[in-house]
Design a protein around this ligand. Structure first.
Ligand code: MN
Length: 273
């Protein structure tokens, strides 16, 4: 199902930034590729979990493959996390993949500790970030989006630290309860940082976007992370390019459908009250 040399499903700590994207080639199919991001699933918002479970049972079964571009979970403190809400999400993903639907997951800034244990629990395949996807005439680069936020220097510094295998080894040795406490503290630190950093700094940097498109020789880039859904069209080296931003799942779902004939549709999925 997957082709290419080295990359997919590697352990946490890998980080390619936007240098040399790994290419993944899904099975040819008439069904579309589906992309979601920033679900931030957590026990405090059971409606979002219910919507995602229903999505996996209905809409997502019509896909050639499902791509989750990071921040599936609001937090993930290790693959041994047995918290019931997150476990329910893992079991829903397991049912989805067991029915024969390929599901690929990138790590976000909230769930960067997803690892081989998560793959075993869910049947999902973890992807490096960024990743280049080629299917029929489609060619695109997919990323959570945070590697492109290059103007936010303090965040990039933090990101390099927590993505280092050494930091992760030390963190994962701590008891589950301690890891949860530290994750809660990190989340309030992140809220503070977000509160006092200007919007444009936390958005993706256009030069990083253009570099990623150039290096990957793609005209389409899909990402999440910024929670600013939209379609941006511009030109790089005389070629028209498109950046599609997925929305978060706080109050509704957000879904990108990419058809084999290269047409796309970014839509919000209303949530039942
Ligand atoms: Mn994010």
């Amino acid at each position: 199902m997957l082709q290419g040399a080295g990359g997919a499903g590697r352990e946490t700590g890998d980080d390619d930034r936007c240098g040399h994207p790994y290419t993944i080639i899904p099975t040819m199919s008439a069904d579309p590729l589906l992309f979601v991001s920033d679900l931030h699933l957590d026990g405090s918002a059971p409606q979002a979990i219910a919507q995602f479970e229903a999505f996996l049972e209905q809409r997502a079964t019509q896909a050639a493959a499902l791509y989750i571009l990071g921040d599936l979970f609001e937090s993930w403190v290790g693959d041994d996390d047995d918290e019931p809400a997150r476990d329910a999400v893992c079991r829903a993903l397991r049912r989805y993949t067991a029915a024969g639907h390929p599901c690929h997951v990138q790590r976000g800034n909230r769930d960067f500790l997803l690892g081989a244990g998560f793959e075993r629990r869910t049947g999902c395949v973890l992807l490096p970030d960024p990743v280049r996807i080629e299917a029929g005439n489609l060619r695109l680069i997919a990323t959570h989006g945070d590697p492109l936020c290059t103007a936010d220097h303090s965040y990039q510094q933090f990101r390099s630290m927590v993505r280092s295998p050494d930091w992760q080894r030390r963190y994962l040795r701590l008891p589950l309860a301690t890891r949860r406490q530290l994750a809660d503290a990190a989340r309030s630190g992140s809220r503070e940082h977000t509160g006092r950093t200007q919007g444009y700094i936390m958005d993706v940097a256009q030069d990083a976007v253009e570099a990623a498109l150039r290096i990957s020789d793609c005209d389409l880039l899909v990402h999440g992370h910024t929670h600013r859904p939209g379609i941006h069209e511009f030109t790089v080296d005389g070629r028209p390019r498109t950046r599609i931003v997925l929305g978060d799942w706080y109050d509704q779902g957000s879904l990108l459908t990419l058809d084999a004939d290269s047409t796309w549709n970014l839509e919000s999925l209303p949530r039942e009250p």
